[in-house]
Design a protein around this ligand. Structure first.
Ligand code: ATR
Length: 276
């Protein structure tokens, strides 16, 4: 195992945490510390093994430490921490889960960056959303976060389909209270072809594709040739569904972008760096 050299920590260094239980698998310190070094930012991220029984007192204590900026959040704390935050962003409210919490004068301000990272990934890779018709397959936790982020864009419409359609209906019902959202609706998987031919961006948020031999999230035969096919699965980097899309000459957008673009958004939210 190669260890990175320790950052130059002084009395001025701002401290961030990555909380999880277990802790050994976390990647955020290896993601953020090299960025601090590259950009000359006097900050460090350390892993904090917080068990569920001490989550609330640990967070309240850390939030009162002036040079502690906040935490990235992993399993199993995402929902419990959302419940004790003083303020939550839209995606965190819709998913009841946070993956970053900023400490602000003793207050806990949380949000969920999965969806925002996905949308930023599309835009960052040159895939515009303005006026576009989006179709999303899946209605689990990741889908909720992505739907919340899409709700804040100027896309024309979002149609959600899912094996369990009631979960897609729930997402649309939650977005219904918001203003200026794209037109949101659901469709049964069996009827998906009715909207596929008109879709500009087709997004898989289901877990189909994670394992060899999985069914494809949907058939792409009806999709138009200008459509973009986006997956959120990171491993494998190119899913079978993406391969089918590529074979049809469609543009594909890989899952890793969602994570790559999340890093910068989380850094901004946690006041690690300013917008460049
Ligand atoms: P995540 O937090 O990663 O989104 P999740 O909340 O468990 O995970 O959601 C998994 C999604 O994949 C759901 O949309 C699920 O469909 P159901 O709501 O009907 O369960 C979808 N999914 C998982 N396995 C599937 C399968 N074999 N066929 C179709 N959809 C599947």
């Amino acid at each position: 195992m190669t260890l990175t050299p320790p950052p130059n920590i002084t009395g001025h260094t701002r401290v961030y945490g990555m909380i999880a239980d277990p802790i050994a698998h976390v990647r955020a310190p290896m993601v953020f510390n090299p960025v601090f070094e590259e950009r000359g930012i006097d900050a460090v991220m350390v892993p904090l093994h917080i068990t569920p029984d001490i989550l609330e007192p640990a967070m309240q204590s850390l939030a009162s430490v002036p040079n502690f900026g906040g935490v990235c959040v992993s399993i199993p704390h995402k929902m419990k921490l959302a419940a004790i935050c003083d303020e939550l962003g839209l995606a965190a409210r819709l998913t009841s889960a946070v993956n970053a919490v900023r400490f602000d004068q003793g207050k806990l301000i949380g949000d969920n960056f999965d969806g925002k990272g996905f949308v930023a990934g599309l835009l960052g890779e040159g895939i515009a959303l303005t006026g576009k018709k989006l179709v999303m397959i899946g209605a689990g936790g990741a889908a909720r976060a992505i739907a919340a982020a899409i709700a804040e864009t100027d896309a024309a419409s979002l149609t959600i389909t899912n094996r369990t359609l009631a979960k897609a209906d729930e997402i649309v019902a939650m977005l219904a209270g918001l203003e200026n959202t794209p037109d949101c609706n659901t469709i049964a998987l069996a009827d998906l072809d009715q909207v596929l031919a008109d879709a500009d961006i087709i997004i898989n948020t289901t877990s189909l594709g994670l394992h060899e031999g999985d069914d494809l999230p949907c058939d792409l035969a009806a999709a138009k040739t200008e459509a973009v096919v986006a997956d959120i699965i990171m491993i494998p980097a190119v899913t079978d569904w993406m391969k089918v899309a590529e074979a049809r000459g469609l543009r594909v957008h890989a899952g890793r972008h969602m994570l790559d673009y999340q890093r910068d958004l989380m850094g901004l939210f946690l006041n690690m760096w300013n917008e460049e």
